[in-house]
Design a protein around this ligand. Structure first.
Ligand code: FE2
Length: 282
């Protein structure tokens, strides 16, 4: 791959829109221990579609709350600041992720459905292993493949070269991306997360979700997102062209203390999780 094209791709990453100001303000409020429920409510109420999404989710059977939630402040008490943050981020990135990505063989909505699946499984695993930050795991799972939205254009152009390499060269789709384009989607995703000023452990989880063994900041978080990603692909949720070429990293299994049997159990539990359509209420 020549340098001009590589620079062009990096340039594209630089062009990625920043998160809208209001979303950044809401995220800041949820992260500030001194902010109050009123602060958060005031900001959310400025966005009608976000307000209705949060109320819809708070009232879904997923949270199993017996009485109707009518206000954002009730929803915040029920769901907590961190979950509100996840919902806000998810509803923002959904716009980037619903598009068709021909290079990856992903139809309209496929990446979005798959990402929500991976996010839900990531949160489940985080709770299962007692990881301190299930909502961070949720966001990591949700955004791990966001780089595909940028790299798609280039993958599409080199589709035959990449799939040939996967088929005959016995390399993974990720390795073929790297060989032929000079970048893989995880590295591009890492750049996006950096640009959005995400905490460094989340940047790492997105960047290394296919190579957890190279993690230095938070190997547990990277391993959670990696395992959730592999399970999502195994379950065959709108997986697209690269779906069947990934495996479970022994490093990730080890750092979460999972045996092969645990994984089998996790796969069937994940299946139960995602057939609950309320989990996808965004
Ligand atoms: Fe990926």
């Amino acid at each position: 791959m020549n340098d001009t094209r590589l620079e062009h791709i990096v340039g594209k990453v630089k062009d990625i829109p920043m998160l809208p100001d209001r979303i950044n303000r809401i995220i800041k409020i949820t992260e500030d221990p001194d902010s109050t429920i009123e602060d958060l409510e005031k900001e959310i109420l400025l966005d009608q579609s976000l307000t209705s999404k949060i109320l819809r989710l708070a009232n879904s059977t997923h949270y199993g709350y017996p009485r109707k939630i009518n206000t954002i402040s009730q929803a915040t008490i029920l769901l907590g600041f961190k979950t509100i943050k996840s919902i806000v981020l998810a509803s923002t990135v959904s716009k980037m992720m619903v598009k068709e990505l021909k290079g990856y063989g992903l139809g309209k909505n496929d990446l979005w459905t798959q990402s929500q699946t991976c996010a839900i499984i990531s949160r489940y695993i985080a709770k299962d292993v007692g990881f301190n930050g299930p909502e961070t795991a949720y966001i990591g799972g949700l955004l791990r493949d966001i780089g595909k939205t940028i790299l798609n254009y280039y993958v599409e152009k080199e589709y035959n070269a990449i799939t040939n390499r996967v088929q005959f060269g016995k390399v993974s789709f990720l390795e073929a991306e790297e060989e032929i384009l000079g970048f893989n989607h995880a590295q591009v995703g890492e750049k996006i997360a950096e640009r959005w000023n995400f905490p460094q452990e989340l940047v790492e989880a997105i960047g290394l979700h296919h190579n957890p063994e190279t993690s230095t900041i938070d190997p547990k978080l990277v391993s959670i997102v990696h395992i959730a990603d592999s399970i999502t692909m195994m379950l065959g949720i709108s997986i697209g062209a690269d779906g069947l070429t990934y495996n479970f990293s022994p490093f990730a299994l080890h750092s979460l203390n999972y045996s092969t049997q645990d994984i089998e159990q996790l796969i069937s539990q994940s299946y139960d999780l995602i057939i609950d359509k309320d989990s996808f209420n965004l």
